[in-house]
Each structure stands twice: as structure tokens, then as C-alpha cells.
Design a binder for this molecule. Sequence first.
Ligand code: ADP
Ligand code: MG
Length: 317
Amino acid sequence: MSEFDLIRDYFHWQGAPDSVRIGVGDDAAILRLPPKRELVISVDTFNAGIHFPPETPPHAIGYKALAVNLSDLAAMGAEPAWFTLAISMPEANREWISEFARGMRELAQQHGIFLIGGDTTRGALSITVQVMGFVPTGGGLLRSAAQDGDLICVSGTLGDAAAGLAVVQQRLQMPVEAAEYCVRRLNYPTPRNVLAGVLGEYAHACMDISDGLLGDLGHILKASGLGARLDHACLPFSPALLQLPEEQRLGFALTGGDDYELLFTLPAEAFGQVQQAAGELGVKITAIGKMDKNQQGLLVNYAFSDKRRGYDHFSSN
Ligand code: ADP
Ligand code: MG
């Protein structure tokens, strides 16, 4: 089986959108840009044994290689458009490639992003996906845009994927159902592109959480030139993680990776609207702290909320 057969069978998709004048098959793609939009581009490489355990099912590898890139577009408030795929693999195993392509394609169709080209080579298993999308001219959600007094918010729940990795690597034992849930969150993260519209309207700073909340929030603090207070009692956890001792759960959320949830800051008065809009889109969002120009760096265990008294108390501090 030649490289060309593989490309034709698995990576030359039918039903290209109008924006693709020339896609897979020529020396390069030619794309049509919509008016009043700016191009947003990101690339991520995925190496076997480093970015995913070698025994990960190919369907999940295909899914996740695209998902983490879609998450970068979501973090910018961008609308997905196209992507390229460079894949290096030790052998052309049709069953493997077919499953890989299916995982990738299912997610691509869900998000309206189209494969426009790539490269196929022999070597150690490595996948590079480059995504392209749009923001309105002058738009986009930056890490540097947080403001003093903003609420710090996250989507979904934290730490599941890190617990899932610990399960896969046999460092952690959980009840079967909880273990399966966490491994699924590791292999099939949900990129939160559905929030791009509402966050584009209300959020100040935004990024996705790929390396653990602490490090990633640090990027927003540094880029925005502000400190922050985080209330660890407010961090959102899945029922699976709530079964773990608190210290372990916090460790996964604060320093574990692979959540691919969004971390963003909002003016406090917008929180109710954003939470409701996100809820209607099926995504929970939680306020976990506050940007504070008088704080040096990040204060983590500052309990400035009382969950029993709810959000009002939280925002008045
Ligand atoms: P070139 O020699 O010009 O690099 P290739 O033989 O690598 O061309 O690729 C031929 C065509 O197939 C190009 O349009 C390229 O974008 C596309 N292509 C190659 N590999 C992939 C892939 N894994 N996914 C999508 N398109 C691919
Ligand atoms: Mg090539």
C-alpha cells in the first residue's frame, strides 16, 4: 500500500466547504477567506509515549489530536474552519489508520472543520495537527486581557484527565465506573468551542487548561500583569474525583494536565448571564477566584467564599 493510497482512502474527504477552492491532492491548498475576519492559526504535535500512552486506541488518538487543537481555537474565541495533518508512523496498518481517521473525522464533522492537506511519512508515531479559524477583525480572546476585580472562571470539571492518566499508568486505583470516566476524559477531552460565542461577547482573558490550573493561570497573571486569589474550595470536580481524598483531587486539578477546559476572566456583573448562557449550551461554568492587582502572584488557599452562602458572598469579597 503506497502513501498515495492511504491519503486517498482516509484523508481525502468528500464534501469540502465552499471556502476550500483546492484541498487535498495538489501541492498546497487554496482557501477563501471570509470578509471582515482575521485568520487564527495554531499547531500541536502529539508523540507516542510522551503525549499519549502507546496503547491508546487509534480512534482516541485521532480524536484527541484534533480535539486539543480545537481547544486552542476555542481559547481564542475563534470559529473553526480548516486543518492540516502531518502523520509519521512506523508502518501503514490499515486497521489502525482507518480507526485513527474515523476518530478524527467524527470530531471534525461535529465542529465543522475540514481537512485540507497534510503530510504522510514513515517514522516513530507522531501526529501534528494545525488548525485554522477566524475571529472578527480586531477580535480574539487574549491571555493579556484580564482586569483587576475580574472573576476567574473555568468550564466543566478539573483533574479528571490527570486521574485518568494515573489509572492508565497504574498509579491510581478507583472504582471501575470512576476509572472508566476518568480514562474517557483523558482520551476524549471535550473542546469547549461551543462557548466561543458567549465568551467572545463577555470574557476579558481566556486560555485553555492543558498543563494544570496553577501553571496555566500563571500565564494569564503574567500576561495581564496582575495577581489573583484562588479559592480551592470552589474548584469544580466530577463525582468520580469527589471519591478521592481532597489532597489528591486538588493535586490532579492544580498540577495535572490534559483537562482542555477553558479558563477565563469576566467582569463580576457578567457572571450570571454567562453562566446561564453556558448552561443552555450544556456546559457548567464555575467562578474559582478573583484577579487582584494588590496580590503578589497567586494566592491559592485563600477561602474567600462560603459555598453554603453561595455566589453573592463570593463576589462581595
Ligand atoms: P508533496 O510531495 O507535495 O508534499 P504529498 O505527496 O506529501 O505531496 O501529498 C499529496 C497531497 O496529499 C497534498 O495535497 C497533501 O496536502 C495531501 N496529504 C498528504 N498527507 C496527508 C494527510 N495525512 N492528511 C491530509 N492530506 C494529506
Ligand atoms: Mg509531503
